[in-house]
Structure formats: C-alpha cells, structure tokens
Design a protein around this ligand. Structure first.
Ligand code: NOJ
Length: 761
C-alpha cells in the first residue's frame, strides 16, 4: 500500500462508520475494534519494507528538552525515510504539527509519529512530586492530577507520557524515590492504577488522553547502596512480592507501554531481560502494548559487559522482548543486518512493529495524524486554567504531612499574630518548588510561601523575611539578618531542605540530612528561644533527628508545585487540617538504611534484656517516623478492633471493625490503616503488611465506625514453591493510625488456597 493506498483504507474505514459520527463513543469503539485494527495493520504491514518496520521501533529525542545524551542525527529526515517511528522531548503543538506534517506528507507510507515526553507531575500546571502526592493516600485526587497533566500535554501536541514511575523505593539515598509512591507494594499498586487511569482515561482515542508508560521495569529502586543506575541483585521472591506488584497493577489498568530499567537484574541488563519482558510481562501478564527501553540503555549493555558490541546489544534486546529503542540508534543502525544474519527473526521485528502501530491506531492517529497537535484554541485554553490550578492547590494541601506539633503550636492563629519571621532558601522561591522532573513546569506559575503568607495575613501582621543562607555551601553572611528577623518576631517559620535537583535522576546522596549550612542556621535561630515551625522541602525522607528533638513543629511540605505557597499557608494557619501520611520510612540515622515497616522478624528479634538480639550499639532499630505516619490538628482515638468471626474460609470474608473517635473540636480526615501479619509461612513473612486503608472525614467530637473486609486474596504471597496463594494458619490483624500500631487481633485461615497472582483488592 502506498500513501494513497493508506489514505484509501482510512477513507473506507471512516465512511464505514459515518452513520455513527454523531455518537462519539460508537466511533471510538469502531476505532478500537480489534478485528478492524488487525485488518488495517495487516494490510499496512504488507506494504512495509523491513527497514520501515524497524523504523517503527526507533525513538529519538528532539532538541527541545534534554533529558540525557543528545544524538547527532536528523531524526525528521530519518522519519521521512521511514527510519524513525517516534520522537520525544519535542514540545508545543505548533512544532509537533509541523514535524508530523513533514513526515506524514513526505514519507512513503505516511505513518504518523508518536510524540512522547516526561509529563511526570503536571505539564504546565505543576502538581506536587509523585512521592509527595502519594502521601495524600487519595487515589481519586491522584487520578485527577494525572488527568489534568494528560489534558494539558495532549493539548500541546503530545500523545505519550513516560509516567507513571511505579518503582518501589526503600532507600532514601536514591534520588528517584521522589518520582514514585514510596516503599509499599500494596499502596504503590493502587496508586499506579490510579495514575494510569488518569493519563489514559477510558478511551485512548479521546484527544485528551495520552499513552501512559509504567517505568522502570524492573526493580530499579533496589539499586545497591541507593546509587542511581547501580546493580540490582534481589531474589525472585522479593522481585515478585515487592517490586513487581505495581507494574502488574498498571498492566491490569490497561497501561499502553512499559519502559525498561537501566539496571541489571541478576546479571542481565533489564533492556535484554527475557525473563522479565517476554516471560513475565508479555506471556504471563498478557501485556499487549509495547516496551520501550530507557534512554540509550541498549547501548549501555556494552558497558554492563553483557555483550561485546552494539549490534549484539540490539539483538539481545529485541530478542528479549523490547519493542522500541530509545535514543541508542542501535535498532536503526544494526537490526536489519541482524535479521539478515538470522540473529533476530523477522517475525520478532514484525511483532514489535505491530505493537507500536497498534498504539498509533488506538490513539486514532491513522484516522487523523494531527488530532493531538492541530492548533486548537479551545484545547490550549485549558492549559493552566483556573480549574487546573484549583486541583493543584487541593492536591498540594493533601500531600502535606504534619510531622510534629508540640503543645499545639500549630495552626498559627492569624487573628492574633502580630509578627512572624520567614527564614530560609525556600521562603520566596518559585523554581525550587516545582520539584524534580517538573520538565515543562514554569517557575512563574508558582505562588511562593512569602506571597501566600502576605495574602493570608494582610497588613496587620508584620512579616520579617531573610533567606539566611543558600541551599548548600558555607556562606554565613546572611545569618545575621536571619537572626535579627527571628528576634523581632513572635514566631519563626523556617523554609528549608533540598533544592529540587537534589532529588530525581542521578541525584543520589550519602548524606540525607538537611544540608549542613541550613542545619547550622536552624541551630542558631533555635538559640534565640523563639518558637520555630520548620517547613521541610525535600524529595526523599531526611534524617532530621536533631530537628525532631529540638523544634516544636515540623511540617513536611516536599516540593509542592504551582500552588505550593497557598497550600502551605492554608495548613500553617489552619484553613486546612493536614491529613497526609508518609509513604516511606524516615530513618533516625542513615546507618539504619534499608529500613522499612515491612521487614522480617529475624531469629533474634530485638529484646532489651538480651544482648544477642538484632540491634545497633548506637541507635535503636526504630525509625524516626514510620510508614503511614502523619499528624492532624484533630486527635483521633482508636477503639479495640473486633472481628465478626475469627475463622476465615478460602471463599469467605472477615469483617474487621474499629471505632475512630475525633476527640478534638476540629473536623479532620484520617487515613485508617489495616495491616496483617502472617505468623507462620512456608517462607518467612514480614512483621506487617498494609492490606487496606480508608481515608475518612470525621467531624469534631464524633466517633465513626470503620469496617474492613478481609479475604483470602489479602493473605496471598509467593510460597516456598513459587506458587501464589495463602497458607492456613494464624494471622494478626491490626488497624491503626500508622504502621507502628501494636495490638493485633488473631484470626485463622481454615485451609490453604491458591489465588490468582498479584490480586489486589
Ligand atoms: C531517563 C529516565 O530514566 C526516564 O525515566 C525518562 O523517562 C527518560 N530518561 C526520558 O527522558
């Protein structure tokens, strides 16, 4: 089929469904119709040369944005020659439109390009970093934030985002913890599915949705010593129990693409990991989208030492199940020869090409190659709309975690406050509030803390401000001004922490403290004796042990995006009651890492009476703040847990109930958390695992009943023989305000039961 032929097929298909044009859903069904799609792609592929098929598996970056090493080739020219099928880091509808037009009009078959980009936490309206958003435990709100990102990105010509990052991260040294949903597989899975729903909606051919990409497959978060790109060596069991569930949840939610990880896993780089890609993802999970590598990761296999040269790298990668090469140019340069030499079967290339074409088809690009990028004022007007900012504001408020509030110092009473000092590098900062991987986020969209405080307090409260010091370095010249400001004020608010690029890619740290110069300033201001509220800004858990001991109030404000200032001001002055809960453990000291709530008991659990038990000589085993921790301006009391029955049968359920009493005079939201411990297993089981939660609003001075259903699926794991299921025996069930909940109630499972792997209820 030449281009005219392709247009002819399109014409017939469009005419075929013209009677349904008034009913959008029906038209979309037509375009999503599998047999119809197969017919179309079969027919197209018979016209394609081997080079053109390989071309569909090639992705190159444009020069608009740089997120890795830049290539020299002219990818538009190559795309016109049918050698490139997708482009990333190209921005603006206008630019993309022109590029698409060149390729559609000048290439032999006129196959449209895909346009990808890292739309991670917002496009122009910037939301909190994903790690921050996860602290909301609010799936609906997270889904909406991804929806907004998709709407804005799609209005600007993009049809593919490299998000969500669903890597479980248990090591705060790893900067990319900022991009994920924390340390827990269950919560991470629910969030992954919500993100996919948000980006992709229910219909990919809807112009306001984009392809999502679950990344980085797999176990990238388990990099040794938290050093980015480093080796990963974990057991198959840990891989399946901890790292894979969010990827499977994304698959079940219909994610269109996966991105391989940079790391090796058990000696094989993930971009050539047949077990991960062909066996688990495509065969066991039945994933029918396409797999793209991470940036130049095929090429990097030579450095890994798993192949001798780039050609071999390409062969290993394509044979393992990779469908698209990001930026290495290796498929483009070597794959044809590999096929000719019989190193890669042509059928394998055909399969990869088909998967890519299917996604283009599902997006509706064959129906209209310009549907995303055609200049459209109505769509453009949605970018940075007031509705989007309102959602970013709500998301930012929900992401804030109150870590300490001694003697109810907070909320500050704005009616009675005559003076306040705002000190620290984040005080009036716009860019740094955008957070890691803000990509297209614009600093000018950010309302700073200072601006928001001024608005909230009006002219009757005097605000003294001083930056005091920079994020890092040893310049103390601003200390005097900061101390003077603190001395004049009734209360001091310090805006400290990490610059945005201290988190994200290639941003591992061996000190996960507040940087030293800032710590010193905090200690100096503390000496003034003024009450201090510490507003923390960071992409990872920090070791703030000294601050926790000495300062009366600490608020975890992460990097909250465009509406950071207003959200923080709402919390500080009590116009919003914080409800966020940590999704990764904050250690007391770095030497405790890895430390997460769902560790194993060991053969010698800690016992203060017995020296030879698991412990450190110089620090307790306890974290500073545990997983699930976060305070509120309300106080919640939990009753003892009751069960409607103590015996669970494989096809039955147990209802666990608790009364949660808001004993304060303020309405508040609480994340009520359910944990389970399997006391004896064919392999050892964690001391606790999150298996449910409910975020509930509880009016002041009111008690509510919260009920959870527990079923056999909640007890399943990868058993000794690597089958998935639950084992009969005793369990402990806990319901509480965080993972440190102590009193468990016993129940038993009456018999063993097989369960569909990775079932999450
Ligand atoms: C490398 C990162 O690891 C990945 O997350 C990102 O999507 C790509 N670069 C593209 O920018």
């Amino acid at each position: 089929m030449n281009k005219l032929g392709l247009l002819g097929v399109l014409f017939l298909l469009v005419c075929g469904c013209s009677k349904a044009v008034t009913d959008k859903a029906v038209v979309h069904n037509q375009w999503n119709d599998q047999p119809e799609m197969d017919r179309f792609i079969d027919s197209l592929m018979t016209e394609m040369t081997l080079e053109e098929k390989i071309g569909q598996t090639v992705l190159f970056a444009s020069w608009w944005d740089i997120t890795g090493p830049v290539s020299e080739n002219d990818f538009v020219d190559d795309a016109i020659k049918g050698k490139v099928g997708a482009v990333f880091n190209a921005l603006t509808a206008d630019f993309i439109y022109r590029m698409q037009k060149e390729v559609v009009e000048k290439s032999r078959l006129g196959i449209p390009l895909l346009f990808g980009y890292d739309v991670i936490h917002g496009y122009r309206t910037t939301f909190p970093t994903p790690f921050a958003m996860s602290a909301s435990w609010d799936l609906d709100q997270i889904e909406k934030s991804c929806r907004v990102a998709a709407v804005e990105a799609a209005a600007d010509g993009l049809n593919w985002t490299f998000a969500p990052m669903v890597d479980i991260a248990r090591d705060p040294r790893w900067g990319r913890i900022a991009e994920g949903a924390g340390e827990d597989a269950y919560l991470g899975s629910l969030i992954a599915a919500a993100q996919v729903r948000g980006f992709q909606g229910t219909d990919l051919s809807d112009e306001a949705t984009v392809l999502a990409c679950a990344k980085h497959f797999a176990a990238y978060g388990a990099a040794q010593a938290g050093r980015d790109y480093h080796t990963v060596d974990i057991s198959e069991r840990v891989l399946r129990d901890v790292y894979l569930p969010p990827f499977k949840a994304a698959c079940d939610a219909g994610v269109a693409t996966y991105m391989t990880a940079f790391n090796e896993l058990d000696g094989t780089p993930c971009s050539a990991h047949e077990h991960l890609l062909n066996d688990i993802l495509k065969e066991q999970w039945g994933f029918d989208g396409f797999v793209v590598t991470d940036y130049t990761s095929i090429k990097e296999m030579v450095n890994h030492g798993s192949v001798a040269n780039e050609k071999e790298a390409g062969e290993a990668s394509m044979n393992a199940g990779v469908d698209m090469d990001m930026q290495s140019g290796i498929f483009m340069n070597h794959l044809k020869q590999s096929v000719e030499e019989g190193k890669v079967k042509e059928a394998t290339v055909n399969e990869a090409c088909r998967r890519v074409l299917e996604m283009k088809y599902r997006l509706g690009l064959f129906e209209d190659p310009y549907r995303y990028c055609r200049p459209d004022e109505d769509k453009q007007s949605k970018i940075k709309s007031p509705e989007h900012f309102a959602l970013a504001h709500e998301m930012a408020r929900k992401s804030i975690v109150l870590l300490k509030n001694e003697d109810h110092l907070m909320p500050l009473n704005k009616e009675q406050l005559n003076s306040i000092a705002l000190i620290g590098p984040m005080t009036d900062e716009q860019k740094q509030q955008l957070g890691a991987w803000h990509t297209t986020g614009q600093p000018e969209t950010v309302t700073t803390i200072l601006t928001a405080f001024k608005e909230k307090l009006g002219s009757k409260t005097k605000i003294y401000t001083a930056k005091g010091c920079d994020w890092e370095g040893d310049d103390r010249s601003g200390f005097a001004e900061a101390l003077a400001a603190a001395k004049k004020a009734e209360v001091v608010v310090m805006c400290m922490g990490e610059r945005e690029n201290m988190g994200g890619e290639a941003a591992s740290r061996v000190h996960i403290d507040i940087p030293l110069i800032q710590k010193e300033l905090i200690r100096e201001v503390h000496k003034t004796g003024k009450p201090i509220v510490l507003l923390l800004h960071n992409g990872r858990p920090l070791t703030i042990t000294w601050e926790n001991e000495h300062l009366p109030a600490i608020v975890e404000c992460w990097h909250l995006g465009s509406m950071a200032g207003p959200a923080i001001a709402d919390v500080v002055f009590g116009d919003y009651n914080p409800s966020g809960k940590l999704t990764a453990t904050f250690p007391q000291h770095l030497g405790q890492v890895p430390v997460h709530y769902n560790m194993k008991n060991t053969g010698r659990p800690y016992n203060p009476e017995d020296h030879f038990t698991t412990r450190y000589q110089d620090c307790s085993n306890d974290p500073l703040y545990c997983f699930g921790y976060g305070l509120s301006y309300s106080s919640f009391e939990y009753s003892a847990v009751t069960l409607d029955t103590n015996t669970l049968t494989p096809d039955g359920k147990i209802t666990a109930s608790v009364k949660v009493n808001n004993t304060s005079n303020v309405d508040g939201e609480e994340v009520v958390q359910l944990y389970i411990r399997d006391l004896v297993g064919s392999v050892t089981r964690p001391v606790k695992e999150l298996k449910g939660f409910q975020k509930v609003m509880i009016p002041a001075n009111t008690a509510i009943d919260v009920n959870f259903e527990v079923r056999v699926e909640d007890l399943a794991f990868w058993r000794k023989d690597m089958s998935y299921g639950a084992e009969k025996g005793e369990f402990l069930l806990f319901i509480g305000t965080n993972s440190d909940v102590e009193q468990g109630i016993k129940f038993e499972l009456s018999s063993d039961a097989d369960v569909e792997p990775y079932t999450i209820r």
